[in-house]
Design a binder for this molecule. Structure first.
Ligand SMILES: Cc1cc2nc3c(=O)[nH]c(=O)nc-3n(C[C@H](O)[C@H](O)[C@H](O)COP(=O)(O)O)c2cc1C
Length: 183
């Protein structure tokens, strides 16, 4: 690990993101969680940056299913695919809710903020007008705004290079030392 404590895989990720340019893949990641019945669930979310050297941030709604999953089982996996470099990153980690999130709320545009005032995610819409008229003018941080910190403990990078694909693993408990494995 270099002196500044940033794991080496962050460098690989940075260059893959750079190659992606303005593509939304630069920010869109897939987050999988586990239900109470041990079933997997996966959805796309926006990568909102780094909290610590190996923990990433995700903004979400406290009423969403993923928060129910987190409360029951904090294990999660994030998948990040880069088309230009043909890199697939898989991050194993644990999720937790950040206690102080006001600075993240303040960083959002009013348009984004309004989405946290919509009705309960996933519930049937019975009256469309009621659903969207309720956004208040005063966009003070609502209790539905949640920032998830996803703390990574293992990284698996597959590079689709020719003639033979390359695959690397880094584990936090191993001080993020890079090991090459069969693809
Ligand atoms: C491109 C894209 C970005 C999204 N970003 C987020 C996000 O940052 N946070 C979020 O909670 N949901 C985001 N969603 C919606 C989720 O994919 C999902 O539908 C929603 O969070 C409900 O998931 P859940 O019921 O499994 O909790 C995004 C969807 C798409 C297609």
């Amino acid at each position: 690990m270099p002196k500044n404590n940033i794991p080496m895989w962050r460098q690989e990720l940075k260059s893959a993101r750079k190659k992606e340019g303005k593509s939304p893949l630069n920010r869109w990641i897939q987050l999988s969680t586990v239900t109470r019945n041990n079933e997997p669930r996966i959805r796309t979310v926006v990568f909102r940056g780094w909290e610590k050297e190996s923990s990433m941030l995700i903004f979400t709604d406290s009423r969403s299913d993923k928060i129910k999953h987190l409360k029951n089982n904090s294990n999660a996996e994030v998948l990040w695919l880069f088309l230009r470099s043909k890199y697939q990153f898989r991050f194993k980690g644990k999720m937790k809710e950040l206690e102080s999130n006001t600075k993240y709320w303040d960083s959002l545009s009013d348009k984004s903020k309004a989405t946290w005032f919509w009705q309960h995610p996933g519930k049937e819409i019975k009256n469309n007008l009621q659903t969207f008229k309720k956004v208040p003018i005063n966009l003070n941080k609502p209790t539905s705004f949640v920032v998830i910190e996803f703390e990574i403990y293992s990284v698996d990078l597959l590079k689709l290079v020719t003639p033979i694909h390359k695959r690397y693993i880094w584990n936090k408990e191993n001080n993020w030392q890079k090991i090459e494995v069969n693809p």
